[in-house]
Design a protein around this ligand. Structure first.
Ligand code: PLP
Length: 349
């Protein structure tokens, strides 16, 4: 019988279970290894990576390759494309992904085509002649939903590789490889590690050649995760299922309460996951005032930590197209009533 993801998150990646062996594989702080064994040099492999990769791989249903950051994992996918390749990506993709493709395009490395991912037909028309379709659903921070199976199938028919950023959902809510996607990436900085103390990324694929290519990119470009970061990310990953369950319940509760608040014009919540975006009356000035007035909630960029965070995304460079009064809230593990009391007092200012 297949084990439940919550069991896999706890039980895999333990290494040797012989008498006297440590419960957790310790971080191996070594840049090189005595010749003749499995490990040679620290940029090519470190024994701390595998336990983390084993757990993420089992949850996503593929082979995982850990990276120094989410963007290092995204870069590895894009760097696997030939020179001049066309990349189709959502106009609502994570800012860093859009900026990376735009930067590469200025030097002719790739050509970016921005699409509205909620329009399946238009997206597939743009995939004609493209090497890669990049998916992100729900999107950050508008939380729009794409028809992933239809897009993956259509892109495959047109000969494009299909990649998906699954940071917002985690493999517990959505397994892109089961939906026809070929490579999944995560900012492990967010929900996977979950404690706002690590910057890390991971890519997962089933195709052996693709997995080998990702490992090569990691060694050649050097975007490797540190052993201590990897240890911490796995430590956080053990509790992902229970953190997600709690944060999701609180997010749904707050989304409902926000929808009934007089100062809130619009609530964006797809009904799952842990980010709620909401537009306040009065635009940028009002949203900035709310973010400055919260006491318990932390005004900070990033998401997926145990702490609830808010940010007016329109103030971020490259995000000026967003509604000015939009606040992105990443819901953490504080009690819903305490969070609501803080939001009410901040909205009441
Ligand atoms: C944060 C984030 C990234 C980038 O990850 P880093 O770990 O910061 O490099 C990519 N995609 C999404 C959806 C993110 O939220």
């Amino acid at each position: 019988m297949a084990l439940d993801p919550s069991t896999l998150a706890v039980s895999l990646g333990r290494g040797d279970r012989g008498p006297g062996s440590p419960m957790d594989v310790p971080p191996v702080l070594s840049s090189t290894f005595v010749a003749g064994g499995q490990y040679v040099y620290g940029r090519d492999g470190n024994p701390t990576w595998e336990p983390f990769e084993e757990v993420v791989g089992a949850l996503e249903g593929g082979a995982a390759v850990a990276f120094a950051s989410g963007l290092a994992a995204i870069s590895a996918v894009i760097e696997s494309l030939p020179a001049g390749a066309v990349v189709v990506l959502p106009a609502g993709a994570y800012t860093g992904t859009r900026r990376l493709v735009a930067d590469l395009a200025t030097r002719g490395r790739v050509t970016g085509r921005l699409v509205d991912l909620t329009d399946t037909a238009a997206t597939l028309a743009a995939v004609e002649g493209a090497a890669l379709l990049w998916l992100e659903s729900p999107s950050n921070p508008l939380l729009e939903i794409a028809d992933v199976p239809a897009l993956a199938e259509g892109a495959k028919e047109r000969g494009a590789l299909v990649a998906m950023d699954n940071t917002f959902s985690t493999p517990l809510l959505q397994r892109p490889l089961d939906l026809g996607v070929q490579v999944v990436v995560h900012s492990a900085t967010k929900l996977l590690s979950g404690h706002s103390d690590v910057v890390m990324g991971v890519a997962v694929a089933r195709d052996e050649a693709l997995v080998q290519s990702l490992r090569s990119r990691r060694s050649l470009h050097g975007g490797i995760p540190g052993p201590v970061e990897t240890f911490l990310a796995l430590r956080g990953l053990r509790t992902l299922p229970i953190r997600l369950e709690r944060a999701q319940a609180t997010a749904a509760d707050l989304a409902r309460r926000l929808a009934g608040h007089a100062k809130v014009e619009k609530v964006r919540y797809p009904g799952f996951a842990t980010v709620v975006s909401f537009d306040v009356e009065g635009g940028a000035a009002s949203a900035d005032a709310v973010c400055a007035a919260v006491r318990l909630i932390v005004p900070a960029t990033s998401l997926g930590g145990v702490e609830t965070m808010v940010e007016r995304r329109g103030k971020v460079a490259g995000e000026e197209h967003l509604p000015p009064g939009l606040i992105r809230m990443s819901v953490g593990l504080e009690h819903a009533d305490d969070l609501w009391a803080d939001l009410e007092q901040a909205l009441g200012r």
